[in-house]
Ligand binder design. Sequence first.
Ligand SMILES: NC(=O)c1ccc[n+]([C@@H]2O[C@H](COP(=O)([O-])OP(=O)(O)OC[C@H]3O[C@@H](n4cnc5c(N)ncnc54)[C@H](OP(=O)(O)O)[C@@H]3O)[C@@H](O)[C@H]2O)c1
Length: 290
Amino acid sequence: MSTILITGGTGYLGQRLLPIAAEQAKVVATARNPRALSRLYNPCAMDLCDKDSVFNQVNAVQPAVIIHAAAINPGIDDSLLEPVNHIGTGYLAEAANRIGCRLVLVSTDMVHDGRSAPYADDADPSPINDYGHSKANGERAALSANTNTVAVRTSLIYGLDSVDRGTLGFANRLADGHTLTLFSDVMRQPVWRDALATSLVHLALTHSDETGVINIAGNQLVDRATFGEMMLKFWEIPVAHDAIEYIQAAGRNDLAGVPLNVEMSLARAQALGLPTPGVNEVIEQHRKGL
Ligand SMILES: NC(=O)c1ccc[n+]([C@@H]2O[C@H](COP(=O)([O-])OP(=O)(O)OC[C@H]3O[C@@H](n4cnc5c(N)ncnc54)[C@H](OP(=O)(O)O)[C@@H]3O)[C@@H](O)[C@H]2O)c1
C-alpha cells in the first residue's frame, strides 16, 4: 500500500480527505498540533513556516505522494498568506522532490482576475488580491521545485455532512440579527468536498502521470448570493424575508479585489473521468439518499 502524506488534515477539506484517502492508501496526516487528528491517520507535527519541520517529516515518512491541502484562507491572518501559501508550499515541494515524491497541491480559482472567464486549465494566473497572489506564488514555487506536481485549482468547497465556513459565517451573522450582504454578480463553481477529495486521491494514485495545472470544480456556475441561499436552505437556517441585501461587486472601487467571474473549463478533469457534479445535482442525489 502506498503512503500518502496529507497536510491540512484538520481543515474543512482535510476532514473528508483523510477517510477517503485511507480507503486506498496508508495515510500520514500532518498538523501543527497533531493531537487534533485521529490516531487512525498516523498524525505527525509539521509547521509549513518551519523549513526543518517540513524537511524532517517528509524525510521521516518517505511518502510516495503528498496531498497538500493546508493553507491560510482569506480573513484568517493575512500576514501568514505568503509564509504559508507560498514559502511553505515551496519547502514542501523541494522536500518532496529530494525524495522523488509526487505532489498534489490544492490551489484556487482566486488565482484569476475574474475578467476573462472561462479559464482554461493552463491559464496564466492573474490574481487581484493577496490570497490569490500567495496561492499563485505557491503554484509557481511547487511546479518549478518538483516537476512531478499537479496543482488543482478549485472553487468554493461545501459539504452536506458538515457546514462550510462561508455558510457558518452567514448563519452567525443572521443569528446576531445582522443583514447579510451577498454578491449577485460574483460567479463561482462550488465543489462538493467528497468529489474534490475523491479527485485528489485519484490524482495521487491512479492518474499519477498527470502534472501541471488542472481545474476541478462543480459543473454548475452559480452566483454567490444564490449559492449562499441554497446552503442556508439546505441547513435549514432561518432567514427573515428582509435579512438579505443583494449587491453587485462590479464597478465598486472598495470591492476591486473580488474577482467577478472565475468560471473554469473542466475539460481536463472530465476527460480523466473525475467527478464534477454541480450543486443542484449533489443536493438532489442527497435528498434521494444516493
Ligand atoms: N474553503 C474553500 O472554499 C476553498 C476554495 C478554494 C480553494 N481552497 C483551498 O483548499 C485547501 C483547503 O482549504 P480548507 O478550507 O479546507 O482550509 P481550512 O479549513 O482553513 O484549513 C486550513 C488547514 O491548513 C493548516 N495550516 C494552516 N497554517 C499552517 C501551517 N503554518 N503549517 C501547517 N499547516 C497549516 C491548518 O492546520 P492546523 O491549523 O490544524 O495546523 C488546517 O488544517 C486550501 O489549499 C485552500 O486554499 C479552499
